[in-house]
Design a protein around this ligand. Structure first.
Ligand SMILES: Cc1ncc(COP(=O)(O)O)c(C=O)c1O
Length: 388
């Protein structure tokens, strides 16, 4: 019996090494990995640049307290703020901490400007914002909150992308709206651009803050650094994690100067958040992702992937109902049981992960090649054939 607490229904397989888009199990069997640690291994497994960086940094300094200035942290924050809408970055270790601090920042902002009654956050049904008690009740997924009462108050929920309900849900106590630009766990559901624009307008009109959770869909996954960029809007607060660490635990919250005013010394903290080792890796990830042409290439390869997936959908219209998502954040909504599909795909040595609504998520590393996409398509084809 495992001594690990059974909070996951783990598959009976373990891996001993990884390289690029491949994982190798304990028997040396090679698997095409389109899970990427659920959109974490943005540069694939053991990317040379990250290996070098972690080796170098591990010989210099791993951890110092946030009581001191950490140059690697200053560097990563400067790069993130130079490149994005944000003026400040608050470093954490995970996505859930990044969304949790986003909620704190929104509430503290209104407190600091003398409107402490504005403290409630509106979210979308189907959301996932993490596993702390607050973020669980923010997302309000019945499966996740069961047994964790008392309910954390302060969140109101409306149906996905439903503006009428959204407008009606806004009260004098509303501080902000927090949504994933593309819902991940919820089934790769994209908030359309017109809706994102509508959210921004509503926030401006009603004096609310817009929090876009890009933990899963950000950091180049869609071919843009942030998934919201295409819509042209600018959010107030953006939690990130996953891809920015490339496999090293790293989360962060990006925010504007305006909303930062309440966050004075002592209002938030993290022992590990932003330590030199994590920051070195984060900087290493940006070295690659921000290289000229890197994101263009993600877009190009994802167009190829799209075409191939759409062809498969045509070929197996009774199995694949929809191709969802953008860039290399792809979902297939299936007419068959997604767990069964994933098991069958594993026989063909390919790994994917499921989501709500009978969706399977396809998250290749951002460095995936055409050849690897072709291999994936061939394995999905065989799986569809077998399940037809
Ligand atoms: C959109 C979103 N927000 C937050 C989280 C929580 O991140 P973590 O598991 O790193 O705490 C996730 C994780 O899947 C996520 O997809």
């Amino acid at each position: 019996m495992s001594s690990v607490l059974g909070t996951y229904a783990r598959k009976n397989i373990s891996f001993s090494k990884g390289k690029g888009c491949y994982l190798y199990d304990l028997n040396g069997e090679k698997y095409l990995d389109f899970v990427s640690g659920i959109a974490v291994n943005s540069l694939g497994h053991c990317h040379e640049h990250l290996v070098k960086i972690i080796q170098e940094q591990s010989q210099k300094l791993w951890h110092v307290s946030n009581a001191f200035i950490i140059p690697e942290q200053e560097k990563l924050a400067k790069r993130l703020t130079d490149y994005t809408f944000a003026d400040f970055v608050c470093f954490q270790n995970s996505g859930t901490e990044a969304t949790e601090v986003s909620i704190k920042i929104a509430r503290k902002y209104f407190y600091a400007i003398g409107q402490p009654n504005k403290k409630r956050i509106i979210t979308f049904k189907g959301a996932f914002h993490g596993r702390t008690i607050a973020t669980l009740f923010a997302a309000n997924n019945p499966k996740h909150i069961e047994g964790f009462d008392p309910k954390v108050d302060g969140f109101d929920q409306v149906p996905f992308a439903d503006h009428k309900s959204l407008k009606e849900a806004v009260t004098d106590e509303t501080a902000g709206i927090m949504v994933e630009t593309i819902q991940g766990e919820g089934g790769i559901k994209e908030v359309p651009d017109y809706c994102l624009k509508g959210l921004r307008e509503l926030c401006d009109e009603k004096n609310l803050l817009l929090i876009l959770d890009e933990v899963q869909c950000g950091i180049g996954r869609t071919g843009d650094f942030f998934a919201f960029e295409k819509s042209g809007i600018i959010p107030d607060i953006v939690p990130i994690a996953k891809g920015i660490g490339g496999g090293f635990p790293l989360g962060a919250c990006l925010l504007t100067k305006k909303v930062s005013i309440g966050m004075t010394p002592g209002t938030h903290g993290s022992t590990f958040g932003g330590n030199p080792l994590a920051m070195a890796v984060g900087n290493g990830v940006l070295d690659i992702i921000l290289q000229d042409g890197f994101l263009d290439n993600v877009k190009k390869i994802s167009e190829y992937f799209d075409q191939k997936l759409i062809s498969l959908k045509k070929k197996y219209s009774k199995i694949i109902l929809e191709v969802r998502g953008r860039g290399l954040l792809k979902g297939l909504k299936l007419a068959v049981d997604n767990t069964k599909f994933i098991e069958t795909l594993m026989k063909y040595k390919m790994l994917v992960v499921k989501a709500e609504e009978q969706v399977i998520r396809l998250f290749p590393a951002l460095i995936v090649s055409k050849k690897e996409i072709d291999e994936a398509i061939s394995k999905i084809d065989k799986t569809c054939k077998e399940m037809s």
